[in-house]
Design a protein around this ligand. Sequence first.
Ligand code: NAD
Ligand code: MG
Length: 364
Amino acid sequence: MKKKVIVLGATGTIGRNTLSVIDSHSDEFTTDMITAHSRKEELAELAAQYNARTFTTDTETVLREIRESDADIVVNGIAGAAGLLPSFETARSGKRLALANKESIVMAGPLLLEEARRNGCEIIPVDSEHAALFELQKLVPPEQIAEIVITASGGAFRDLPFEELENVTPEQALNHPTWKMGPKITVDSATMANKGLEVIEAVYLFHRSPDLIRVLIHPQSRVHALIRTTEGSFFSQISAPDMRIPIQNALTYPGKSFGSCPDTDLTVADLSFRKPDLRKYPMLPLAYRAAAEGLSATITYNAVNEIAVDAFFRRQLSFFGIARLTEAVLDLPLPATPQTLTEVTAVDAAARSAARRLLENGFS
Ligand code: NAD
Ligand code: MG
């Protein structure tokens, strides 16, 4: 029996990569529903090209289909906070959740994991670093894990001096050195808010305290994560910077299949690692602060960053303005830790309106 896959955010980078993986494993998987936010014609073309059973841009239909269809796996490739409800609906339905939408975890990690546990839903991370850690934890018993390392490319401005960063443009930020991704996550790579979100994602997914998670810049994007054991060895996962690998692993878990992309050539580049210059990447320490403060802070970090990146695209905020705005809202009194999905959305909405108010009053 072929496994039926629902692909959320099918017109995006993760979505298209997922369709390509399903296509190259058509004896194992078939495309059930595909969804997107807009660009309905493009979605219809993808549905025809990949023989999807159905497609939609309507949120209510998406949630109902997740609930009622007999699909086996939901791949969540939606960008941003809009991915949260579909993740919850998947957890409730007991279908497997192949999760690229890191915002779901950052906003509601403990609640989503609990909902999944109750309903027998397996959450398999697709974010490359967490997919790597998911594989690596099979090799090292939890009590022997001393530290987790996730790598970062350093984004578009990795080699630009600190002094030149204040005036960089959105166009420059979109020029990523190694990964091809959607616009929001590409800017998040340049600020390292993406790595900040991933530190938080690792805290919730792997139940680790933030100070046991380290970020290293690794310009070649081949080593995605490492685990340091208590006796001092490192275990690492190495592959090409190609999202088809973690997507495929999430689909075939716990098994493996033949690869959908070319072999990784380890001789193409020297592999190197260095510490990030935190003056250049203030969003990174802010993520550690949010992770230490708890769920209201991590929701706020994500929400304000989304508003700030949008303002950066509209040239209302400078590059460093993104971190300044995030810090300003984190400095305001935080709401109590949310216990329900409704409370999560309320904290998210409060953070967004606080950020918008500051922007309206000329924050820069
Ligand atoms: P993208 O911008 O390329 O695609 C986003 C998709 O989500 C599109 O299909 C869009 O129609 C849909 N979408 C956007 N807003 C929506 C809304 N309000 N409701 C429903 N659907 C909506 O983004 P991407 O780069 O593919 O990233 C998707 C997610 O995966 C993000 O959470 C990102 O952090 C994560 N991720 C991406 C990569 C990558 O390589 N691109 C790697 C790791 C994690
Ligand atoms: Mg990642």
